[in-house]
Design a protein. Structure first.
Length: 301
């Protein structure tokens, strides 16, 4: 197979591992910077060009699209889909998962456990919304934030009101969520490939830090999942329509709650903690499922 990896940086651990795993299995791989791809959008022969070259002959595409380039990256992926190339994750599913509010609404509709979450437009509704999520302490999140950036723990009601008003004053869209104290600054990252949890790790925030992201100095250890946690992760992936994703779960007093579904999960932490060849499993999934035009959306939506 000829596989394209959409990644801005070929030196990143996840990109390197996917390239290695594909090459070890005899595939031809090419890393393409999505921002250097440009498209000829036509109904007869849609094409993608890259630094002056017309890209042809690809069988599959692995999107590693960063949150900051979601709009352009998914447009490039959609063009590949229109050309009949098999996408590991479809453009419409990535777009859906990147919209935090939309993804939470979709998960809630299907009965997935979530932290109590509030969303409002007017500063006048802040006090009532804080009551709705159980008061302070509360977690305030920027809708556009990633890797723990733009996430604030407001310890008191006054602090929460000040932070919310400040964000709203900047015209930023925010979510307000209940603080799951019993999670103790730890979450569980479940890596789902093809409807199965293939690896899981517990991420623990460093001392005094409630965010457990590895980018923020958190540590990762192997964890044993309960059947309920496993089922929650696979259902969340299915609702989002993602073949490969990281589902972040908190252990709360009322069972597992989903924080986020990440359509482009990093492989370094999970491979180190689980000692599993996750990149190899992803390539194996593509081998089993790759067919021309095997895209539910065919570039629609």
């Amino acid at each position: 197979m000829k596989i394209a990896v959409l990644s801005r940086n070929s030196k990143l651990y996840s990109t390197r591992r996917l390239v290695e795993a594909a090459q070890q299995r005899g595939h031809e791989v090419r890393v393409l910077d999505a921002l250097r791809c440009y498209m000829n959008i036509t109904s007869l022969r849609p094409t993608i060009h890259y630094k002056g070259e017309n890209l042809t002959g690809f069988d599959a595409v692995i999107p590693r699209i960063g949150a900051s380039v979601t709009f352009y990256g998914t447009a490039v992926l959609r063009q590949f889909e229109m050309m009949g190339v098999y996408p590991l994750n479809e453009s419409v599913a990535i777009t859906r998962s990147r919209d935090k509010l939309r993804s939470l609404q979709l998960l809630a509709r299907k009965g997935i456990g979530l932290p109590v979450t509030g969303f409002a437009h007017s500063p006048d509704d802040v006090q009532d919304m804080l009551k709705m999520v159980g008061g302070a302490p509360a977690v305030i999140k920027l809708l556009e934030g990633t890797q723990g950036i733009g996430v604030v723990l407001a310890e008191t009601e006054k602090a929460a009101e000040s932070v919310i008003e400040a964000f709203m004053g900047l015209k930023a869209n925010i979510l307000i969520q209940e603080f799951i104290k019993e999670a103790g600054g730890a979450d569980i990252r479940c890596l789902v490939v093809g409807g199965k949890v293939v690896a899981a790790m517990k991420r623990q925030g460093k001392e005094g830090e409630f965010r457990s992201n590895l980018h923020r100095g958190g540590s990762a250890t192997l964890v044993r999942l309960t059947p309920e946690e496993r089922s929650t992760a696979t259902r969340a992936a299915s609702i989002m329509g993602l073949n490969v994703c990281g589902v972040d779960i908190l252990r709360s007093n009322h069972g597992p709650v989903v924080m986020e579904v990440n359509s482009s999960p990093g492989l370094e932490g999970i491979e180190a903690a689980s000692k599993k060849d996750v990149a190899g499993m992803i390539i194996e999934f593509i081998e089993k499922n790759q067919k021309p035009n095997n895209t539910k959306t065919r570039g629609k939506g």
